[in-house]
Structures are given as C-alpha cells and as structure tokens.
Design a protein around this ligand. Structure first.
Ligand SMILES: *[C@@H]1O[C@H](CO)[C@@H](O)[C@H](O)[C@H]1NC(C)=O
Ligand SMILES: *[C@@H]1O[C@H](CO)[C@@H](O)[C@H](O)[C@H]1NC(C)=O
Length: 294
C-alpha cells in the first residue's frame, strides 16, 4: 500500500497546484557516525561497519544501548535511516528523538514498538513542550520497517514541527503560541537514539514478553548527517535563524499534497490519537484542530 503520489494529486487538483507546492526537506548526505554522534551507554553493544558509515545497536538480556549527538541544535531537519529489529522483536523499543537538557524539557519522539514475527510494529510519537507531554499518537506503517532502511525525520522551525516517514508527513505540531500552547523555541536539543527492553508495556500493552532466546536484537542505522543550527546547550537563539533552508517560506506549512498524505495516514493507519481520546481529554486539547489531527 503506497501513499498517495504527487501525480495523482496533480490530476486531482489540476495544474493550479504547481505554483503552491511546498518543497520536501533536503535529502541528507551520508557521513560516518563519529562525525556527529557518540555512544551514550553500553559502548560495546554498538557495532561499526563500513568505516562507521553503518552501525548496529544490540540488545541482549544484559543491556540495551544508545547514542547521542555531539552538538545541540536550535531548529533544523534531523533525519536517520533505520532498519528495525527483525523477526520476533516483541518487547523491544527502538527510539529516535530530540530532547533538551533542562528541567522544563522539550522533546520530540519517534518510538518503534516491536512485535511477534509477522505482526505489525507500532510507531508512537509524542511532543513535550515545557515539560508537558501526554500527546501520544500511534500508527501502523504501510511497509515492513524490518525489511529495509527508511528515513525517519523531524523538521523543526519556528512555525512547525513535522514528523516524516520517508517523504510522508505523519504528524504536524504547529506553533500555537496564540492558543496558549508552548512551542519549543529557546532550548537547544540533542538527538538521541536507543534500543532497549520495554516488555512491561510495549507490545500489546505488555502482554507479549521479550523472548531472550532470540537475542541479540539488532537495529541497523546509517545516514548520520545533521542539518541543524548548532548552538551551545545554554544558547537562547540561533545566530543564523531565519537564514537557513528550513526557515524559508516553503517549510513554514505543509502544502495541499502533504496535508492530503497526512489525512491518508490519519484515515488508514492511525490507531491511537490523543486528540480523539475523550476519556482522557473531555475537552479536546487546544492544538489539535490547528494540527489537523481531527
Ligand atoms: C543471558 O543469556 C545468556 C545466553 O543465552 C545466558 O547464558 C544467561 O544465563 C542469561 N542471563 C540472564 C541473567 O538471564
Ligand atoms: C502487535 O500485533 C498485535 C496483533 O496483530 C496488534 O494488536 C498490536 O497492535 C501489534 N503491535 C504492538 C506493538 O503491540
């Protein structure tokens, strides 16, 4: 099942759409892991290949592992190519996220929840601003994420945060300051990734346990380029703000084609959305309508 194609969309809208297309984020180039990242914990559970252009994270019954960016960033486009743990990955979680280091922290999360062989992964996303999260969304993917590398990326500027899977926007978090919703804008963030055991909650709510007979569990990574405004962890603004490609007009909102793809993800692949959870939120959170989550 492929996402809607640009060709189909142009037929649908007519040629009028051509002038209004937003640009897809730039494709990152591949650089070795060490250029931009360092291991965070369990260094011996990270394996390097091809001069460090490819790495693997290993999880066994002793430990998981993780890595983080050397630099801190205020805005940019942050992307990683990942091939998820294959086979029986139930109980494992692979995460890729941006996080600030302060107490009122900001965080932008991708979490991939493994499953028994042949059963679908779940991709959970969340956004924390000023220490407040509780904005989970969960989707199934339209491909098997264990069969090959896919791009998972975050576009972050003063106007919006967009989660992309390959070129498909699966979630938008707009700057809704005018609605009283905090938006990350003054705390630099680092990138992190990790693979760990979470069989107390990850798969079917914790019913499916990790089968350690299958260890080690392996997630593969490549594409370690970072396109962001690097700043010290305490900086309040980015010197080149407004001048970089991700600040430009075509990245301040999604275009019609991208919104149509987001709608496709909502209609066909979304299994949980905090915006529609009336038990949890009797009143819909303020940002939901603007983010087109409903
Ligand atoms: C971990 O796995 C190894 C290899 O399967 C096994 O020998 C060892 O007993 C296990 N350790 C624990 C603490 O379960
Ligand atoms: C795992 O598979 C089951 C059965 O198909 C499904 O209900 C569940 O959503 C899948 N994913 C996770 C992470 O639990």
């Amino acid at each position: 099942m492929a996402p809607p194609s640009p060709a189909l969309f142009l037929c649908f809208l007519g040629l009028a759409a051509v002038g209004t297309m937003a640009a897809p984020p730039r494709k990152p180039i591949n650089v070795p892991f060490n250029k931009n990242y360092v291991p965070t914990w369990a260094f011996d559970h990270i394996k390097y290949f091809n001069g460090g252009n490819d790495i693997q994270l290993h999880l066994d019954n002793y430990t998981g592992t993780g890595f983080q960016s050397r630099g801190s960033y205020l805005f940019g486009h942050f992307s990683m190519q990942i091939k998820m743990v294959g086979g029986d990955s139930a109980g494992t979680v692979t995460a890729f996220y941006l996080s600030s280091q302060n107490s009122e922290h900001d965080e932008i999360d991708f979490e991939f929840l493994g499953n028994r062989t042949g059963q679908p992964y779940i991709l959970q996303t969340n956004v924390f601003t000023g220490g407040k999260g509780d904005r989970e969304q969960r989707i199934y993917l339209w491909f098997d994420p264990t069969k090959g590398y896919h791009y998972y990326s975050i576009l972050w500027n003063l106007y919006q945060i967009v989660f992309f899977v390959d070129d498909v926007p699966i979630r938008v978090f707009k700057n809704s300051k005018e609605l009283g919703v905090r938006f990350p804008f003054d705390q630099p963030m680092k990138l992190y990734s990790s693979l760990w055991n979470a069989d107390d909650w990850a798969t079917r709510g914790g019913l499916e346990k990790t089968n350690w007979a299958n260890a080690p569990f392996v997630a593969s990574y490549r594409g370690f380029h970072i396109d962001g405004c690097e700043s010290s962890a305490n900086a309040k603004f980015c010197e080149t703000q407004g001048k970089r490609w991700w600040d430009q007009k075509e990245f301040r909102d999604l275009d019609g084609f991208q919104y149509r793809r987001l709608q496709w993800v909502r209609n066909k692949w979304t299994i949980y959305n905090y915006c529609t959870d009336r038990k949890r939120y009797p009143a819909m959170p303020k940002e939901c309508a603007k983010d087109r989550d409903i």
